[in-house]
Write a protein that binds this ligand. Sequence first.
Ligand code: PA5
Length: 458
Amino acid sequence: MPISLDYALAMSDGVGPEGGLTDAELDGLAADRFRQAHAGVRARVDGGELGFWKLPTERAVLGEVARVRDALADSVSDVLVLGIGGSSLGTRAMRDALTAPISTAGARLHLPDNSDPWLLSHLLERLEPARTAALVISKSGGTVETAAQLVIVRDWLERAVGREAMAEHMVAITDPNKGGLRALADAQGWPTLPIPANVGGRFSILTGVGLLPAALCGVDCEGLLDGAAAMAERCTSPSLRDNPAGIVAAVHYLHDTLKGRNIHVMMPYSDRLRAFAAWYVQLWAESLGKRFDRAGERVECGPTPLTAVGATDQHAQVQLFMEGPRDKLVTFLAIEDGERDLTVPESQGSTSYLSGTKLSALLDAERVGTTEALASDGRPSLTITVPRLNARALGELFFLYEAATALSGELYGIDAFDQPGVELGKRLAFGLLGRDGYEEAASEIEDRLAKRPTRYRV
Ligand code: PA5
């Protein structure tokens, strides 16, 4: 059974005229802007620019992934995934959704993606190098956080296993032809997997970036691709009402631009999809937050994505969603069959009403209660129902949001596939680190720091 999307409560029929969109608004967009957006994405896919769209059907990668997995030492039980942003968030989402928290099957994946030394230093103290592999993942091959971790981990591994055995413990996943990581891996003879040149970091989960970690921890890679392929098929429809990514893009775009709902909340009622929501945040934010449109006009547009988790956030953010500014559109993610359950035993007194209740039923009742409570006050939402959270369903979800992001970029008229806004901060940080070639950035930031007024400190 495929995942389904219900957007009734994003429409005025479901939440009233203030809260929802009219059919005329949606159909007006369908006739005009969506048609163009759809054609724009198709042209970029057919022209080979948007490589992510074709990944689900390009199965040669599975053989390459198996070859690299088999090249690793048989003793490997722990895998350090060294990457950040698009080189890590999808893998975390995959791991958390599809592997058990205390799993004995497959390798354990660790994702110390930040430069914060806390997690990595603990891991290096606890893990046995002889039983550990490091997957270094970087599309550009030069990301500073990943480069620093690579050098630390390589040193840690090499001192334990020796230089000759390093190719059984290190894998590089990077651009097929260029970048520092590609050059290093080739020089060292480490196994590598390519991130196709036309696939950007945050769209790369269905390349070796996500598939090798998936294979190592026993996830069904074919299932991930099958689900994504089935969703790609659905998202190819030029009819907005039949196109799930089109609906996600159009409903969010119209709520943002017509109703001022520019905070887009992803709220799974499942711990297993918590990291998926974080992956979505990066995808939506980095792709859609742009200063200029594609004609070069200053637009400074972009919805703000937010994660929430049910039922946890009913005790944290839902108060704000219910009574705060009417600037949010919530997407609830529901899992129909959670595979595991616990039933509350017979009990007396104040908890007797829970006797015999399944935790899954409690979670579901809380989700429906929250959805309807929001709707009763004209606060809109969408609900995606996942019949069962397996590799196939996760593949569907990944592709749905990648396609929706591409279509949204067209609707906003911006380039969803670059991220120029992160460059200045990086340049200034390199200046502070004294990196060669960043002398100008160093004086710029020193100057800025020196000029900062000091009277505002307490
Ligand atoms: O989506 C993107 O392109 C970014 O978020 C990158 O994934 C992130 O900056 C890491 O870059 P790289 O994979 O080049 O190390």
